[in-house]
Design a protein around this ligand. Structure first.
Ligand code: CTP
Length: 402
C-alpha cells in the first residue's frame, strides 16, 4: 500500500504551459490510492480544460469563487477545500502564483484556498530559465520555504521558449514520488527495520500429515501492514496462511519451526525491532516417515522432539539498541505466565492473549490484549479489530524504543 493511499490531495493548477501535464499528476496520485480534488486559476484553463481534469479526477473542478452557471450563484467554499485536504499540491506554480502566495494577494480561488489551508503544502514551480533564476522569484521561493512550505526542485531541459536550462516543472511521476518519499520520511518508523513472525508452523509426520495449530496469521500480518504505514522497512516471516501482504513488505514463507528459526536468525542482526507473533509448534515428530503411514499400521503414539525456541534465541542475541516483543498465549495464570516468558526470553515487552476472552483468539478478526513492558507496567485494551490492536502495539513500541 502506498503512503498516499487514502490521502486527500488538493491539486492547485496555475496558468503555465506545464499545466498540460496536470491530468497525468491526477492519474498518478489516484493510482497511488489518493483522492484528488482539483482547483485551478482562470489562466490555467487556457492550457488544460476543466472537463479533462474532472474526468480524470472523477470530481467537479473549481476555478472561481462562485458557480456562475446557476441562477443563484453558489459560493465555492475555499475554507472547506483547505480543511478537506491532507496535502495541498500546487503544480505547476507560476511566477505569478508564487508571488501571490508570498504576498497574500487573494485574487483567485487557488490563492484563497492556499491562504485558508492548514495542511502541508507542496509547490512545484514551473517557468522559463531566466524567470526562475530571477532574484525576485528565488526570494519568493526562499520565503515560502522559510514558512515551512515544501518547494520542489525544478527540472532541467527543453523549455517552451526554446531555451534549454533549469525551470521545467518536474515530471508528474517525479512529483508524486517526491510527495511519497517526503511523507515517508516524516513517519515515526522511517529508517527502522521491523521483522515480524506470523502464522502457524507445520511439523510433518509423514508426506501427508502434520502437527499444527489454528493460528491464522492475522495479528502478525496486521502488525506488518501497520508498521509499513508508519514508514518502516518490513520483513514478515510467515508460516502457512492464506493471507496476502502489501508488495512493499519483504515476505518469506516457511513451513516448519526449523525453517522459521533459520530465516529469523539469518535476518535478526540487521533489524531494529522484532515481533514474534507466530504460533510456533513447540514439538515436532522425532522422525518424519518418508511414506504415508497406512491406517492399518496401528499407530499408538508419535515420539516427539522439541522445536527450537525462536524468540528465546533472539532474546539471547539481542543487542542494546534492538527491541524485542513477544506474544504469550495463555489459558491459566495468564499474567504470571506472561511475565515469566518476558523475563526468560529477555524481551522488552510481551503481549498477553488469553483464550478465556470471548471474541479474541486465533482466527478471529478481533483481539483483546494486555501489553506488559519489561518494567512490568501493563496496559489492557478492550476487544478491538486486529488492525487497531496492531496500531496500539506499535505506538507502545514507539514510546518505549526511541
Ligand atoms: N515462540 C517462538 N518459538 C517457539 C515457541 C514460541 O518464537 N518455538 C514465541 C512465540 O512466537 C511467542 C512466544 O514465543 O511470541 C510465546 O509463545 P507461547 O506459545 O505463548 O509460549 P511458549 O514459549 O511456546 O511456552 P508454552 O507453550 O509453554 O506456554
Amino acid at each position: 500500500m502506498s503512503v498516499l493511499s487514502g490521502k486527500k490531495v488538493l491539486l492547485g493548477i496555475s496558468g503555465g504551459i506545464a499545466a498540460y501535464k496536470s491530468p497525468q499528476i491526477v492519474r498518478s496520485l489516484i493510482s497511488s490510492g489518493a483522492e484528488v480534488q482539483v482547483i485551478m486559476t482562470p489562466a490555467a484553463k487556457d492550457f488544460v480544460t476543466p472537463l479533462t481534469l474532472s474526468t480524470v479526477s472523477n470530481r467537479p473542478v473549481y476555478d472561481a469563487f462562485t458557480e456562475e452557471s446557476h441562477d443563484n450563484p453558489i459560493w465555492n467554499d475555499h475554507v472547506a477545500f483547505g480543511k478537506w485536504a491532507d496535502i495541498f499540491l500546487i503544480a505547476p506554480a507560476t511566477s505569478n502564483t508564487l508571488s501571490a502566495m508570498v504576498h497574500a494577494k487573494c485574487n483567485n480561488l487557488l490563492i484563497a484556498t492556499y491562504l485558508s489551508s492548514t495542511c502541508p503544502v507542496y509547490i512545484a514551480p514551473a517557468m522559463d530559465l531566466d524567470m526562475y533564476a530571477h532574484p525576485a522569484n528565488q526570494q519568493n521561493i526562499e520565503q515560502l520555504k522559510k514558512i515551512g512550505k515544501k518547494v520542489l526542485p525544478v527540472g532541467e531541459g527543453f523549455l517552451a521558449s526554446g531555451l534549454q536550462g533549469k525551470g521545467r516543472m518536474l515530471e508528474p511521476e517525479e512529483i508524486v514520488s517526491y510527495l511519497s518519499e517526503d511523507i515517508k520520511a516524516q513517519q515515526p518508523l522511517f529508517g527502522k527495520k521491523v521483522m515480524i513472525t506470523a502464522g502457524p508452523t507445520y511439523e510433518p509426520i509423514d508426506p501427508v500429515r502434520f502437527i499444527g495449530n489454528h493460528s491464522s496469521g492475522k495479528m502478525g500480518f496486521a502488525l506488518a501492514e501497520e508498521a509499513l504505514q508508519m514508514g518502516a522497512e518490513v520483513i514478515i516471516i510467515s508460516g502457512p496462511t492464506g493471507l496476502t501482504a502489501s508488495a512493499d513488505i519483504d515476505r518469506f514463507n516457511v513451513t516448519t519451526a526449523q525453517e522459521m528459526y533459520d530465516r529469523v536468525i539469518d535476518l535478526f542482526k540487521d533489524v531494529d525491532i522484532a515481533i514474534a507473533a507466530a504460533a510456533v509448534a513447540d514439538f515436532k515428530p522425532h522422525k518424519i516417515e518418508s511414506q504415508k503411514i497406512k491406517k492399518d499400521r496401528l499407530m499408538q503414539s508419535i515420539t516427539l522432539a522439541p522445536t527450537k525456541d525462536i524468540l528465546a534465541e533472539m532474546g539471547s542475541r539481542k543487542r542494546e539498541n534492538q527491541y524485542l516483543l513477544g506474544f504469550a498465549l495463555e489459558t491459566q495464570d495468564e499474567h504470571e505466565n506472561a511475565l515469566k516468558k518476558l523475563r526468560s526470553k529477555n524481551l522488552d515487552a510481551i503481549v498477553l492473549n488469553s483464550l478465556n476472552d470471548p471474541g479474541a483468539g486465533f482466527s478471529s478478526d478481533h483481539n483483546k490484549i494486555t501489553l506488559i513492558h519489561k518494567n512490568e507496567k501493563s496496559i489492557s485494551f478492550e476487544l478491538k479489530p486486529k488492525t487497531e490492536v496492531a496500531k496500539y502495539i506499535l505506538s507502545q513500541i514507539l514510546t518505549h524504543h526511541a
